[in-house]
Write a protein that binds this ligand. Sequence first.
Ligand SMILES: Nc1ncnc2c1ncn2[C@@H]1O[C@H](COP(=O)(O)OP(=O)(O)OP(=O)(O)O)[C@@H](O)[C@H]1O
Ligand SMILES: Cc1ncsc1CCO
Length: 259
Amino acid sequence: MNYIAKIREKSPFIYNITNEVATNFAANGLIAIGASPAMSNTPKEAEENASHADAVVLNLGTLTEDRAEAMLLAGLKANEKGIPVILDPIAAGGTKFRTKVINELLEKVKFAAIRANAGEISVLGGALDIMKSPDSTVESIDPKIAQTVAKEYDTVVIATGKTDVITDGTRMSLCNNGHTMLQNITASGCLLSSLVGPYLSVAEDLYEASVEVTAAYGIAAELAMKKAEGPGTFIPALLDQLYLLDQETVNTYKKLQEI
Ligand SMILES: Nc1ncnc2c1ncn2[C@@H]1O[C@H](COP(=O)(O)OP(=O)(O)OP(=O)(O)O)[C@@H](O)[C@H]1O
Ligand SMILES: Cc1ncsc1CCO
C-alpha cells in the first residue's frame, strides 16, 4: 500500500493534545508528511476536536490537570466515533500524578497504538519501576515485554530505541532504521507519535501501518543526516526529508525483520 500517497490525498486531520516542547515540531512534521494538524490542550474543545478528527494523539509530556481532563474527554469521544487514538506515555512511572493519569487513560480509553521509548514500555510492562525523565534509560527493549503490553491493552505497541520493536501481541517486527542524531534533539519520539496518527487514519491494518511509519521516520532521519552537520541543521533537514519522502524510497531503504 502507498501510505504516503494516501496521506497526501486525504490530508487527515490529526488532533494532538501534546506538550509545549514538541508542539511546533510535531505540527511541522505532520504538515511535511501531508497531514493537517491541530494542537489544542483545553478540555473545553476536546470532545468537538476529537469528533472531527481522523486520528487523536495523546502525549503526556508537560502534563497538567487541564490536559489530563482534555485527554480523557478526547479519548472517550474518539472511541465512541471509531477514530484511532494514539498514546505517548512520556516518563511513565516518573511521578505519582503522571502514573495515575496514564493508568486512568489505559483503563478507560481503547488505544489503537502506544508509541513510547523502550524505558516507558518497560514501565508499562512492569519490567522497570520509574522513568526519571522523558529520555530512555534502556537502549532497546526485550520484545517479549512489548508483546505483554500489546496483549494487556489489546493495542499495537511501538517501542523505540536503537532497534524499534513493533507488535500487536501476535505479530512482531524489529526496525533498524533511524539515526543516533535523533537522540540529540528533543521531541523526536513525540514527532513519531504524532506521525502514527496519519498512518493509522489511512490504514487497513493498524499493525502494518505502525511498522511502516516507524521505518519511514527512521529513513527520513537517515536521509536528513546526509545533509546535516549536527542537531541544529538536523531538525530542518528532517522536516525536509519528511516532505520529500515517497513510498518507493521507504520500500527501498526499510530495514525490517519479522520475528
Ligand atoms: N540509538 C539509536 N540509534 C538510532 N535511532 C534511534 C536510537 N535511539 C532512538 N532512535 C530513534 O529515535 C526516534 C525516537 O525514539 P526515542 O526512543 O528516542 O523516543 P523518545 O525517548 O520518546 O523521544 P523524545 O522523548 O525525545 O520525544 C525513533 O525513531 C527511534 O528509532
Ligand atoms: C524535554 C521534555 N520535557 C517534557 S516533554 C519533553 C519533550 C520530549 O519528550
